[in-house]
Design a protein around this ligand. Structure first.
Ligand code: GLU
Length: 296
């Protein structure tokens, strides 16, 4: 199998050391496997994406010595492809319109089952309030202040059927936050209790991170997804969507996160750790490799 991976930043702020680690690791893995490294710009959130941040991504990655083929795929150019899939899922009744806001969800969760988690990889675990609504036929529309959610169990049943009918699986060559590695298996109960009916399309974006990432990895022929452990649980959503949409499941490699001195994961707002800041302070790309624990 050819090895093709990608780095998929959102142009919503400066890239920091955590991004540098992820991008260099993926690039090194592609070189080692005689494969390809692609760049994808994840700019579906147009309220936060800025052209200057996109340009900064190119500058930073070039400075780090990375190379990728052009043209670069930009998610904002893929709206109609996402819309076609949303329409198909709507027609098949996998989606329902939901206008619950955070407060509605919190109050429905006011008496959660003991021990049940409140948050999953898509935020608060949706309590199913609007799930009983049928989809209307015809062209889908996302109502004002609303979202389309995926009926996770209906989707999970299709996914499970493509394995042994009970467990859904993927291969992990890195590790999850609890050292999960190798063959990762999960079932419908986990989907229901730990993930819930996730948002598949938001009105302001017309899509969602989960749908776009799954469609784009397939369109770009990605065989290996290299990304941070913070996305390990979200991978379960992605595998369900791949099975539902008849798309291949890549091999996943989740890596450790780069943390600050207090042990907190770096965020976009941590400008002090921005790659460009290090460059301005006289650091070399080799210094950055050392800082994130990658040797030359
Ligand atoms: N765009 C995502 C981020 O910047 C990465 C998504 C992915 O690698 O799947 O966190």
């Amino acid at each position: 199998m050819t090895f093709r991976t990608r780095f998929a930043p959102s142009p919503t702020g400066p890239l920091h050391l955590g991004h540098a680690y992820s991008a260099i690791l993926a690039h090194d893995m592609a070189l080692k496997h005689n494969g390809e490294f692609l760049l994808r710009i994840e700019d579906i959130d147009q309220s936060r994406a800025r052209p200057e941040w996109e340009q900064q991504i190119y500058n930073d990655l070039e400075w780090l010595g990375l190379w990728w083929p052009t043209p670069v795929l930009r998610q904002s150019d893929r709206r109609s492809a996402y819309g076609d899939v949303i329409q198909r899922l709507w027609d098949q009744n996998y989606l329902f319109a939901c206008s619950c806001n955070r407060r509605d969800i919190m109050s429905a969760l006011a008496a959660p089952q003991e021990g049940a988690p409140l948050h999953g990889p898509d935020g608060l675990i949706y309590p199913g309030t609007c799930n009983e609504k049928g989809s209307s036929s015809g062209t889908y529309a996302i109502p004002e202040d609303a979202a389309l959610r995926l009926r996770i169990i209906m989707a999970g049943l299709v996914a499970a059927d493509s394995f042994d009918g009970t467990k859904i699986q993927f291969s992990e060559t890195g590790s999850g936050p609890n050292q999960e590695t190798g063959r990762i298996a999960f079932d419908l109960d986990e989907l229901e209790n730990c993930i819930g009916d996730i948002v598949l399309a938001r009105r302001d974006m017309g899509t969602s991170y989960h749908l776009s990432v799954v469609m784009d990895d397939a369109t770009q022929g990605i065989t290996h997804v290299v990304r941070g452990q913070d996305l390990f649980e979200a991978t379960k959503i992605h595998v369900v969507l791949q099975r539902l949409l008849g798309l291949p499941t890549p091999i996943y490699h989740h890596h450790r996160l780069i943390r600050d001195d207090q042990g907190k994961r770096l965020a976009k707002r941590d400008d002090a750790r921005a790659i460009s800041k290090y460059r301005d302070d006289g650091y070399t790309p080799e210094d950055i490799r050392k800082l994130v624990g990658l040797s030359g």
